[in-house]
Every structure is written in structure tokens, then in C-alpha cells.
Design a protein around this ligand. Structure first.
Ligand code: GLU
Ligand code: MG
Length: 437
């Protein structure tokens, strides 16, 4: 028996794919220092593997340096191989973070948040996904039968998440056809984005081990509901105390929370190309799908882009610990690191500019006229990826949050992805995405 286990060093790239290279476990010490070689043009590999026009050509060398704190060793104890992978950062040969490393971009955004607001971030990604295997289960939205049909999967997945260092939280049969939702515990700083990557990979691996196949694609069937990624956010001050809640603030928002959310809503139409970055993402982001269609803050409203979530506690200090808000205009075509970086930059801009807390909506904005929406400061979010990209590249404030060439490279990558879809109708587009996410 050959016995030379491998570790896959991985990056979550701007296509939201997990790519990398494997090395023998025996070389771990060396690889933690030296990394594995990486190529700049890899950033132009779209989710469909077609390479978009690359400014880098065949030139350049980079290092992908695995981070032991983001490692997974997962033994399904089924006679199959142990899965080992480790997320890392991409640097140039001198160790400087690479401008297109999503994990490094997130770290910069977190530093900015700390400088602007004196707070660190606690966050958690809530994921929806669908089985492509196993047939339909009519009438099982939130159902016990639907859950039970996949109890073995659920129990295996929760154990696998636990083994991967994530606090397994809940799993349920979601509303959509063959749709499930899994949540894990929040984590601080960039760890939550690491955990989101790990959760997606471990969910896919678990399904495969059980002879099934899942997809996190933003939407499979335009007539059905989408698969959202809802990112829950809260803050800790320098002493580690909760800083998100103020019982006297609008809907309980502390001053920092109010300004942060105001920044997110102000820039939402220009960052959505980074948080909902596929062509079909915009089929999901339409009214009455419980996703997000306008740049509004909802109080416990599941149709709002940002929602203040419920708390179960009643005493003020527990309320302050539980209080959080969620960003709902994201999906799993986005790298969790890049999506979170964009949200944090928008929020930090809001804090730096001292924006007042936004008003809270508790109504259906889709019935308002364009004039009424505008008068109240709301915009309909972009309705296509191309228009989202245009809002991103034409918003200089937003582009300046990132390294100088980031916006042009990102947009060129995404235009390469769109070109791949030329001539495909909506069903074929949905199908193309469910094969790759
Ligand atoms: N499936 C919805 C989405 O696309 C979310 C449903 C829910 O509120 O959990 O975001
Ligand atoms: Mg859900």
C-alpha cells in the first residue's frame, strides 16, 4: 500500500473556486514557510475554466503559503482517504501580499474597520444548497420527512464540520426543491470566511462520500427560490465587549452599527458585483424571493438586503451579546473572503464618514413607484451582472478600497465569464452554474 498522504494548499479565488496544489504531509514544515508556487494568470481562470483576457500573460511567480490555523484533516472512517486541505495567503516572492489574494484583501479590510471604529468583527455565514441527486420531495419545505430523508447526511456533515474545527450549529430542510440549509458558529476576523470555504468544501465532500451531489449555485430554477448566503455580522470593542447594540439606538443599533450599515446600503449597488457575482445571481435578487432587491435595512424582514436579526435573550447584557445583523445579498459564487472584504470596506467608509443610522423598513418596497423609491433614498439593485460590474468599476470610492489594478482585473475576469455564456438561454445558464458551484 502506498502511504504518502497529501495536503492540498488552497486559495478561495475571485471566481469563488477553491484552487491550489498538493504536497506531501511530510513536507508541511517546509511548505508552511516556503509555500507552493502559484501563477498570476490563475486569477483569470473563470468558474467555467475558460481563461479571461489576462494582463499577466505567461509572466510572474507567486507563492501560496498554507496557514496551519486554516487546516482541515477529515477522516470519514469509511475506508476512503483522509481529506486534508489548508487555506493560505498568496504573496509575491518577497513575501508581500498579492493584490488579488482574497484572504489578504480581507485582512486589510479588517484592519481598516479596526482603525475606523475601534472594533473587530465577529461573523458567520449561513448557507443554503440543493441536492442534485435523490429525486424530488414535494411538500417537504421545513419538513421532518425532508430532514429525515437526509438524516444520515446531516449527521455525517455535522460530525465532519466538527472534525474540521467548525462549531456545527443547525441543519434543516429549506423551502426549495431538495434545498437544505446549514449553519455554523460565528468566528472572529478572517476566520469566519475561512470557515465558510471549509463548510462548502466539507458539505460537497460529505455528499460525495454518501454517493450524492450538492450545489451551492445561486439559483437552479428561475421559477423557484435561490440559494442564499446570509452573512451575520457583529462587533467587539477593544476589550472584547459587544459593541453592536445600544438599547437607545434605532432598532437597537449602536452608533458604529448604524454608520456601518448606512455605509453598506450606500455602496450596496456598487459592491454587489463582488458579493453576488454570477450571471444567475440576479435571477435570485428579485422581489418576493426572500433574498434582496433594494438597498434597505429591514427589522426582522427577510426581503431586506440588510436585516436586523431577532434575539432570544431579554436581559440587556445577553441581548448585547446576541444582537447581530445579516447581509442577504450574497451567494456562494462569491469568495467568502472577497464578499466580506467588500462589505467591511463599505461599512468602514460609513463609519469614517459618520453616516447616520438608516431608517428601518417594514414594508414591501416593490410596490413603490420609481419616484417614491428615489425620494426615500432607495435604489433597485442592479438586475444583471453586467450592470453590477458597471456600477463597481464606475464608483471610484469603491475601487479605491482595493489595490490599483484590482477593479480592472476583476471586471475583465467577470466579462470573460459572461462571454462563456453567450448564446445560452436562462436554463442553460442555470445549468452551467450548478455544475461548477
Ligand atoms: N432562499 C432565500 C435566499 O435566496 C432565503 C430564505 C431564508 O430567509 O432563509 O436568500
Ligand atoms: Mg434560509
Amino acid at each position: 500500500m502506498i502511504n504518502n498522504p497529501l495536503i492540498f494548499a488552497a486559495t478561495s479565488d475571485i471566481a469563488g473556486k477553491v484552487r491550489g496544489k498538493a504536497f506531501p504531509v511530510a513536507d508541511l514544515e517546509k511548505r508552511l514557510k516556503r509555500g507552493v508556487g502559484w501563477t498570476p494568470t490563475n486569477v483569470m481562470i473563470t468558474c467555467f475554466d475558460a481563461i479571461a483576457d489576462s494582463p499577466f500573460g505567461a509572466l510572474g511567480d507567486l507563492l501560496l503559503i498554507p496557514d496551519q490555523d486554516a487546516g482541515v484533516e477529515l477522516d470519514f472512517e469509511d475506508g476512503g482517504p483522509v481529506e486534508r486541505f489548508m487555506l493560505g495567503d498568496i504573496t509575491d516572492l518577497d513575501g508581500k501580499p498579492w493584490d488579488f489574494c482574497t484572504r489578504s484583501l480581507l485582512k486589510v479590510a479588517l484592519e481598516r474597520l479596526k482603525a475606523a471604529g475601534g472594533v473587530s468583527l465577529v461573523s458567520a455565514f449561513e448557507h443554503e444548497f440543493q441536492f442534485k441527486t435523490g429525486g424530488r420531495q414535494p411538500g417537504e419545505g421545513y419538513g421532518h420527512g425532508g430532514f429525515s430523508a437526509r438524516r444520515v447526511f446531516g449527521e455525517t456533515l455535522m460530525a465532519a464540520l466538527d472534525q474540521s474545527g467548525l462549531g456545527a450549529d443547525t441543519i434543516m430542510k429549506e423551502y426549495g426543491v431538495n434545498q437544505y440549509e446549514v449553519t455554523n458558529d460565528p468566528a472572529q476576523d478572517h476566520r469566519s470566511a475561512d470557515q465558510a470555504v471549509i463548510l462548502r468544501e466539507v458539505t460537497r465532500l460529505t455528499a460525495k462520500r454518501l454517493g450524492e451531489d450538492v450545489t451551492f449555485t445561486p439559483i437552479r430554477d428561475p421559477a423557484g427560490v435561490g440559494n442564499g448566503v446570509h452573512i451575520h455580522l457583529s462587533f467587539l470593542d477593544e476589550s472584547g465587549a459587544p459593541a453592536t447594540y445600544d438599547e437607545n439606538g434605532t432598532a437597537g443599533m449602536s452608533k458604529i452599527t448604524g454608520s456601518f450599515i448606512a455605509g453598506v446600503l450606500k455602496y450596496l449597488d456598487s459592491i454587489i458585483a463582488l458579493t453576488a457575482p454570477s450571471d444567475v445571481s440576479y435571477l435570485r435578487l428579485t422581489p418576493h424571493r426572500w433574498s434582496a432587491a433594494y438597498n434597505n435595512l429591514g427589522f426582522r424582514d427577510r426581503e431586506a438586503s440588510v436585516r436586523i436579526c431577532p434575539v432570544t435573550a431579554t436581559d440587556p447584557s445577553s441581548v448585547a451579546r446576541q444582537y447581530n445583523f445579516e447581509y442577504r445579498a450574497a451567494d456562494a459564487a462569491a469568495s467568502p473572503h472577497l464578499a466580506l472584504a467588500a462589505i467591511i470596506h463599505a461599512g468602514a467608509q460609513g463609519i469614517e464618514d459618520g453616516l447616520p443610522a438608516p431608517k428601518v423598513t417594514e414594508e414591501d418596497l416593490s410596490i413603490l413607484s420609481a419616484d417614491e423609491l428615489e425620494a426615500r433614498g432607495y435604489v433597485r439593485l442592479p438586475e444583471t451582472l453586467e450592470s453590477a460590474l458597471q456600477r463597481f468599476e464606475s464608483n471610484q470610492t469603491v475601487c479605491n478600497w482595493f489595490p490599483a489594478d484590482f477593479a480592472s482585473v476583476y471586471v475583465a475576469h467577470k466579462r470573460g465569464e459572461i462571454a462563456f455564456l453567450n448564446g445560452k438561454d436562462t436554463d442553460a445558464r442555470c445549468h452551467a452554474y450548478e455544475e461548477v458551484y
